[in-house]
Design a protein around this ligand. Structure first.
Ligand SMILES: [Zn+2]
Length: 314
């Protein structure tokens, strides 16, 4: 064997070892699982996706039009929850049928109730002791507190991407600050005496407090109860006495109950129209304005103000 062949052989071997080393060095990177977050409501899912950007995988369990009060976890949800690095849910019993799921998941995976961001004294109470209104997202300022809390929770769980989360989150917070101002300005187009919002269930308490509306829902804070004749009679009296002119249906609830109220009002010689659908507990379809959190808030205030101001002259 001549010298050239020996040198060629050594060179091939060296290249082979370098290749092996390269492959092994690359392996952990290619195998690294993307940070995976599972969220319950579409409102939380949209917010987490905005903060995480392309750096994370986000699975939302509840799609458009899904009522979180009544939602039960499916088997496919359990697989997603089990594979998650981090789980976000609303808390304050919004996902009333899933509390046992969160309790059991919490033993293995970091599970965060986003409403823990808000001090108890700022929460609206309910008819039950120690139970609070969970619909905090309808006050944009409160949701900004939630956004900051989600940024911190994600950064703690995935410090490698903390700067990305903070950057995306800061951008989102700026947009929400402008959105809050938009809602305030828009609400002022309605005379104070006309700022009454009647909906299918009590989802708009925080909206009312922040933006100056008196709110009343046919059902209570949860949809997990039957509407009785007494509920319809009470709401009818309120509408007739206050001369309310518009009722609103909600995307995540059947419309028949509000239609029953409309008929009961007619029987008392008052006429009330049913306005366009509001998005209370779930976003709209992705391709529509209400498919994002900010779009949903904008859709709701535009719809409320347009409907009330068009009928205020009666
Ligand atoms: Zn609700």
């Amino acid at each position: 064997m001549n010298k050239k062949k020996i040198i060629f052989g050594i060179s091939v071997l060296l290249n082979f070892f370098v290749l092996i080393l390269f492959v092994f060095r690359q392996k952990p990177v290619t195998d690294k699982k993307q940070f995976t977050v599972v969220c319950t409501t579409s409102i939380i899912t949209d917010t987490v996706q905005r903060i995480g950007g392309n750096n994370i995988v986000v699975h939302g369990l509840m799609g458009p039009g899904i009522d979180p009060h009544l939602y039960r976890a499916r088997e496919s949800d359990m697989h997603k929850l089990a594979a998650a690095d981090l789980i976000f849910y609303n808390g304050l019993h919004l996902e009333g049928k899933m509390s046992e799921v969160f309790a059991s998941m919490g033993r293995y995976t970091k599970t965060v109730a986003v409403t823990d961001a808000i001090p108890k004294e700022q929460l609206l109470s309910s008819e039950f002791v120690d139970l609070y209104d969970p619909h905090v997202w309808h006050d944009v300022c409160m949701w900004m507190m939630v956004v900051q809390f989600i940024i911190t929770s994600m950064s703690d769980a995935d410090p490698d991407n903390a700067l990305v989360y903070q950057g995306n989150g800061d951008q989102l917070l700026k947009e929400l600050e402008a959105l809050d101002k938009y809602v305030i300005t828009k609400a002022q187009q309605v005379p104070a005496s006309q700022r009454i919002l009647v909906t299918a269930h009590d989802a708009f308490g925080y909206f009312g407090s922040r933006y100056g509306f008196e709110v009343l829902g046919l059902q209570g804070l949860s949809t997990d109860s039957q509407v009785g004749i007494k509920d319809i009679q009470q709401l009818t009296s309120f509408i007739v006495n206050k001369k309310v002119q518009v009722l609103f249906v909600e995307s995540s609830m059947p419309h028949r109950n509000i239609q029953a109220v409309q008929h009961a009002v007619e029987a008392r010689d008052w006429y009330v129209i049913i306005g366009q659908e509001l998005f209370s507990d779930a976003l709209g379809d992705l391709q529509t304005l209400a498919g994002s959190y900010a779009g949903m808030i904008k859709h709701n205030i535009d719809t409320i103000v347009a409907a009330i101001t068009q009928h205020e002259t009666r």
